[in-house]
Ligand binder design. Structure first.
Ligand SMILES: Nc1nc2c(ncn2[C@@H]2O[C@H](COP(=O)(O)OP(=O)(O)OP(=O)(O)O)[C@@H](O)[C@H]2O)c(=O)[nH]1
Ligand SMILES: [Mg+2]
Length: 416
């Protein structure tokens, strides 16, 4: 074979190879997928993310599809549905910031102003109980017998009427029963009240008070009977009646006495003159009278000590105060002896001593509430012939009332 022939064969071979190559290339071109656009790329990525591990890209297996259907058909209850709804805890309310309370002054003890005065009958608990107990026994009998007299006598003695006054009352009552031919215990009770009331008859129980001058009322009595308390009560009443009242703290024996009277001066609205502790009580009373005269006070209520330092005689001290008052510009219109009803017959001895020393013009019988010894009122009036003017029936400012014998007797004798 010649060179020309070899060249022709080589050219044919090259052409054939090239043609095959072109064809192969063309074929390859038609099977290559198109490059995804940016939007389809995102889609593709999302889809691939949903592919479960183990799944092929070609899609879920039949088994997986079944499982999925079952799951959809019977939805597992969610935890949310099972959970009992927790009761909503109420938000704790924020505490309102407390408004600072304005500091108010301690309210003063409220004082009754226009209350009805207390009734003796309601306050005479024990005295009434004593008499009504005996009288109940007397009433239970249909006639008046010796036992009736015995019961009555015992009631009077126990109530501290005193032996001699009791005898006098029984004798007087027996006479009445005879004269008036009384048969039943009911009429006996009325006769008893009548007989006892004779003891109180004919005494002036008014509290002396001269207008246009400085009145001085001196209060005397042993310690603890109720002098200071009585002064406070009277001050309140007299101020209510329109009087200008000054208190004189004549008990200089102890500091507490002056303070106690000062408390009453605040309660009653009266002014007060005080001296130094242990000072001269006569000087305090004198100063009070000076002030009262200068400032047109109507009434000076002078407190005194119930006991003094051992070396000083109480009665001598009281006499001195009385002398100072008598020589002053004031009128001593009352010297009131304060007696504690619970001390019974002891009160009589005290009353005699005070009456001799300072000329007592009237008696204030205190603590008649809460004692069965109220009968002392009869003994005082019969033995001393000094009128009981006031009675104390409690510790309150209103608990001082005028003494009305009939009201008192009816209260202690009545059994209802
Ligand atoms: N239940 C009752 N208590 C009374 C009465 N009067 C006074 N009191 C009480 O008796 C006590 C003594 O009273 P005061 O007024 O301090 O007696 P005082 O005579 O001034 O006594 P001194 O200053 O010690 O001499 C107090 O607790 C009073 O409250 C009353 O009528 N009834
Ligand atoms: Mg006193």
């Amino acid at each position: 074979m010649g060179t020309a022939e070899i060249a022709i064969l080589a050219t044919i071979f090259i052409i054939a190879v090239l043609t095959t190559a072109v064809m192969v290339l063309r074929r390859f071109d038609s099977t290559t997928p198109e490059a995804p656009s940016p939007s389809t790329l995102e889609q593709t990525l999302e889809e691939s993310a949903q592919v479960e591990p183990g799944q092929t890209e070609s899609g879920p297996t039949e088994k997986q599809l079944e499982d999925a259907r079952a799951t959809l058909a019977e939805p597992e209850p969610t935890e949310l549905e099972l959970a009992e709804p927790e009761p909503a805890e109420p938000e704790p309310a924020e505490p309102e910031p407390a408004e600072p309370e304005p500091a108010e002054p301690e309210p003063a003890e409220p004082e009754p102003t226009d209350l009805e005065p207390p009734k003796l009958r309601e306050r005479l608990g024990k005295s009434r109980g004593l008499f009504s107990g005996y009288l109940g026994t007397i009433f239970s009998r249909s006639t008046i017998t010796q036992e009736t007299w015995d019961d009555l006598e015992e009631a009077l003695i126990r109530a501290d009427v005193g032996v001699s006054v009791t005898q006098e009352i029984i004798d007087g009552l027996r006479n009445r029963v005879k004269q008036e031919k009384l048969k039943d215990p009911d009429s006996l009770t009325k006769a008893l009240i009548g007989t006892m009331s004779e003891i109180f008859d004919g005494r002036d129980r008014s509290l002396k008070y001269e207008s246009g001058t400085t009145n001085l009322w001196l209060f005397v009595g042993v310690n603890g009977v109720g002098k200071t308390t009585t002064i406070g009560k009277i001050a309140k009443q007299k101020i209510k009646d329109g009087a200008k009242v000054l208190l004189a703290a004549g008990d200089t024996f102890r500091a507490a006495a002056g303070e106690q009277l000062e408390t009453w001066s605040i309660r009653s609205g009266a002014q007060i003159v005080r001296g130094a502790e242990g000072g001269d009580p006569g000087a305090v009373v004198f100063d009070a009278i000076e002030k009262a005269t200068a400032k047109d006070f109507d009434l000076v209520l002078a407190d005194t000590a119930g006991r003094l330092h051992t070396k000083v005689n109480l009665m001598e001290e009281l006499k001195k105060i009385r002398r100072i008052a008598d020589r002053s510009t004031a009128q001593v219109t009352e010297v009131l002896l304060v007696l504690d009803a619970t001390t019974g017959q002891n009160g009589l001895t005290q009353a005699k001593e005070f009456a001799q020393a300072v000329g007592v013009t009237g008696i204030v019988l205190t603590k008649l509430d809460g004692t069965a010894k109220g009968g002392i009122a009869l003994a005082i009036e019969r033995d001393l012939k000094i009128p009981i003017k006031l009675v104390g029936i409690g510790e309150g400012v209103e608990d001082l009332i005028a003494f009305e014998p009939l009201e008192y007797l009816e209260a202690i004798v009545s059994i209802n």
